[in-house]
Design a binder for this molecule. Sequence first.
Ligand code: DX5
Ligand code: ZN
Length: 216
Amino acid sequence: MVRIHPSILSADFVNLERDLARIATADGVHLDVMDAHFVPNLTFGLPMVQRIAEVTDLPIDVHLMIDDPDTWALQYAIGGVDSVTFHAEATRDAVALARELRARGTRAAIAVKPGTEVDLVAEHLREFDMVLIMTVEPGFGGQSFMPGMMPKLETLRARARDLGIDVALQVDGGITDDTLPIAAAAGADVFVAGSAVYGHADPAERIAALRAAGGG
Ligand code: DX5
Ligand code: ZN
């Protein structure tokens, strides 16, 4: 099953309620929290996530590109937030943090940058509801998809099958009608798309096209 999560990074922040309404047919909305330390860009934090949760019915997928998620991630486990994703590179104790998030009723997800291997994630795969394989260097929208990340998806999909568990595999960065099927074939099932949705006049049409590209 193909799930499409538009990223509001490419939306109009001044008309965000309108732009959220335009993606009502999506499966979730992806919120990129950046702190200008873990990544060289700054976006928004908890007050914005709280307000978005009040105005959208879509499940919210928070992608934390911040230092020290061990300290900050739990505050994002609020009503309307379906999953909180923290970066493996920034975390002191990924398993402990995932357990705390789950204890607060939120799905726990771990993200890896392009240069990070997935061995440790694979070893602890039962601890996570979702793994985010970055297909660009995190920080900015509109970059090109890195096909070299596909073996990570294949490794994790095979590991999940061996363990008999159902873990979501998300890709983020450079997802288009052309690259989505490549990631889907490698085992991804949740697709973040920023510019491929909001860079066009009709976001709903783009969501349908991306879904169709993945086989529905
Ligand atoms: C990048 C963000 C992405 C970004 C993707 O660091 O994590 O979610 O919005 O943008 P596109 O789809 O344009 O590559
Ligand atoms: Zn993201």
